[in-house]
Design a protein around this ligand. Sequence first.
Ligand SMILES: Nc1ncnc2c1ncn2[C@@H]1O[C@H](COP(=O)(O)OP(=O)(O)OP(=O)(O)O)[C@@H](O)[C@H]1O
Ligand SMILES: [Mg+2]
Length: 253
Amino acid sequence: MHKNIVAVINQKGGVGKTTTSINFAAGLARQDKKTLLIDLDPQAHSTIGLGIEPESFTASISDVLAKKKPMAEIILPAKTENLFIVPSHIRLDKIEQQLAPELFRETFLKRAIDSLDFDLDYIVIDCRPTLGTLTINALYAANFIIVPCEMGRYALDGFADLMETIEHVKNGILEKSDFIRILLTKYDSRNKISNDWVLQQLEPFKHLIFDTYIRRNEALNQSQMAQESIFSFKADSVGSQDYQQLINEFLSL
Ligand SMILES: Nc1ncnc2c1ncn2[C@@H]1O[C@H](COP(=O)(O)OP(=O)(O)OP(=O)(O)O)[C@@H](O)[C@H]1O
Ligand SMILES: [Mg+2]
């Protein structure tokens, strides 16, 4: 089964969607997989996180969704070889509102990807922390979904809604375990009580959890500020090891 279009989704903010999108995409690219990161968040954190400043480009994902500009025309190369990005811009927020009355608005991204004439192995889509039109577009376009889940007391807030939405979009197409994985992030083994609490709450979804955990690691935080992937920022860090292990696990699924 295909798992070459990966959406990174959780409507909860700050759980590690962008950190995962950037490093997962960069790690695949480092393994000679031609990879495109689509930034579908008006905050543009993936765009900026890969060193592309909002003033440096004129066209963005907004133009694809609103003006039907061919996606191939707005793809930018990132610093990492084999890694490309479809940038986002704060304008995308307005575009999401403008799409509201349009017919078939949920599949605009899927159609743009289907007609993309660009040789690629993987597409990774970074989503904004809502379950609105943009995120639904990512769900329709994707054939694999990663749900980052931050280890903490409120890890599962909104989780049921998220699962319901995914089920609704992918209704009956496949077994959930074929195309969804939960990724535990900001894991700190010292927080035994809260870790146990989260794992207990996740028990019904146990079969969906990646074996790989992403540990809390300051280098990941710093790499985002340095606008680099963890692999180029600090190759020997815990964050680099964890994201490499995630990629290995993903590729072996
Ligand atoms: N494993 C980690 N260890 C330490 N810091 C991390 C880790 N993962 C993410 N962070 C930091 O946590 C913050 C939020 O992460 P990130 O931006 O990836 O979340 P997000 O889900 O994309 O947020 P948003 O919902 O706003 O898009 C960032 O400052 C990031 O550097
Ligand atoms: Mg983000």
